[in-house]
Design a protein around this ligand. Sequence first.
Ligand SMILES: [Zn+2]
Length: 321
Amino acid sequence: MKKIILSVVILCFYEKIFCWGFYMHRKINYYAVFLLPPEMMVLYKPNIAFLSEHAVDPDKRRYVVSAEGAHHYIDIDRYGKYPFSELPRNWNEAVVKFSKDTLQTYGIGPWWIQTMLQRLTNAFREKDQAKILHLSAEIGHYIADAHVPLHTCLNHNGQLSGQQGIHAFWESRIPELFAEKEWDFFIGKAQYLSHPADFIWKRVLESAAAADTVLRYEKELSSSFAEDKKFSIQIKGATIARQYSEAYAAAYNKRLNNMIERRMRQSIYAVASFWFTAWVNAGQPDLKNLRHQNFTESELKEFETLDSLWKIGSAQTYECE
Ligand SMILES: [Zn+2]
């Protein structure tokens, strides 16, 4: 009887266990701050906790606003084969060719990042501190998502190849195990991006080119690992979770030849460079003297509401990306 109950609990948590959450997004925004020039550091460093914490707001919003999901990915293999030249990189041309609905359905990540860059640039022009920080935190999220191979293909959680759970395995479980202990985040300096749209499309194409490797290597590895070595059981308070074992994660990470570390480093560099580009395009305003330095009561209330709606939403659904 005990055995039956245990396996039911494990089954119930099977999907959820891979949603370890937001580790990677928080770290990417955190480390990006250290690539900034001193003129920006005066604002970003004292607010590093906010930038890290709110890196995950866009994912929380996915539980609240249905249109939010499309900002986080682009299933670019919907548009033919690499380099997907069928798909116009220009938004208006893409809408004419495929319709807004289709674009929305298969994800609009790279265009949304450009919208966010414009918003952030405007916030710098308006010298609006609260807006700058909030938009910086959020654009960091979308840029990081564009660096994840499984955010650029239809088979985004291995659901088409019997590899469900691979998404969070790649983007959460492995970074959580190895990032702090083994990975190097000394990256250098943010660069000004003269063509941010080209830059982000290039990164998306890199992700798309890597997606096949991400899936194939896990499939191959999986067949050489016994099921009981592939997973481990973790008890966290009242929760029993089955998760990919450390040995399996280490083997996969090795097989990927540190791809995840590289993509994380590139994300950090990209996030800092987008922040820097927005600031330069806004005319490099003095960040020591900004207006709207504190969030208003109603803005703070909005953060709280988002957080509680996410908690309710995430408890009701096992969706996780
Ligand atoms: Zn996301």
